[in-house]
Ligand binder design. Structure first.
Ligand code: SAM
Length: 218
């Protein structure tokens, strides 16, 4: 598997990602915000958080806050990071007050002012768009922000059958998405030092293929 296929350098690709997501949110083309498969991934993550309420959750690529809102309604507090501050953020801040912190920043650049670790982290559709040269630092950052033994859920594009090939697919504005096999996402996350727990396959509402929700621990 060649993870470097036709990739721009990291700074240029970061600009590409930003341009693509600004365009999608700005034009109401963020269909993932209403994707029932992604909503299901967040519910499965919530079920795996256990009974303890008031947990501190990091939502990487928080988007329009669909998952953050569900987690807050279940009694938790959320810090959401995103490279794009979209039009839903003012309402979310008003609705959830101090239960929700929204930070316009890439995970790789985030230097939190508070010294704390999160009980768990959710990445619902963000990791598979990152530059392959940043996979290690991205996952290291996620692990650094989560307490030892804490749950991390990473939902990625997956290939569902033998007729689909794993690898990069170009999306809009040169944004890339990596489609994993079940073994591929496991090897990747374990290879970067995360402890494997389980995988859940989820139907994808938009496009072909599936979502693969990987549950790992720090
Ligand atoms: C496919 S969307 C999913 C959004 C949300 N999790 C959901 O399920 O609706 C991916 C999100 O990740 C954000 N994003 C991309 N790269 C990021 C990074 N390095 N750090 C933080 N957010 C990022 C994008 O702006 C976008 O909002």
């Amino acid at each position: 598997m060649n993870k470097q296929t036709q990739f721009l350098d990291v700074p240029t690709y970061r600009n590409v990602l930003n341009t693509s997501f600004v365009h999608r949110y700005g034009n109401g083309e963020d269909e993932w915000s209403w994707d029932i498969g992604m909503a299901k991934a967040a519910r499965v993550f919530l079920e795996h958080l256990g009974d303890r309420s008031d947990q501190l959750i990091l939502d990487v690529g928080v988007g329009r806050g669909r998952d953050a809102s569900e987690l807050i309604q279940a009694g938790h507090r959320v810090t959401g990071l995103d490279i794009v501050e979209n039009s839903s953020w003012p309402l979310l801040r008003k609705r959830w007050g101090e239960r929700l912190e929204l930070v316009p920043c890439a995970l790789q650049d985030w230097q939190p002012t508070l010294l704390r670790q999160f009980d768990a982290a959710l990445d619902n559709g963000c990791f598979h768009h990152q530059h392959p040269d940043e996979w290690q630092s991205y996952l290291d950052d996620m692990r650094r922000h989560v307490r030892p033994g804490g749950l991390i859920a990473i939902n990625v594009f997956g290939v569902d059958a033998s007729n689909l090939t794993p690898g990069w697919r170009e999306m809009d504005n040169r944004r890339q998405g990596y489609f994993f096999t079940e073994q591929g996402i496991r090897d990747t996350l374990e290879g970067f030092g995360l402890t494997w727990e389980r995988l859940i396959t989820i139907e994808r509402q938009h496009g072909d293929a599936v979502y693969l929700l990987a549950l790992v621990r720090t």
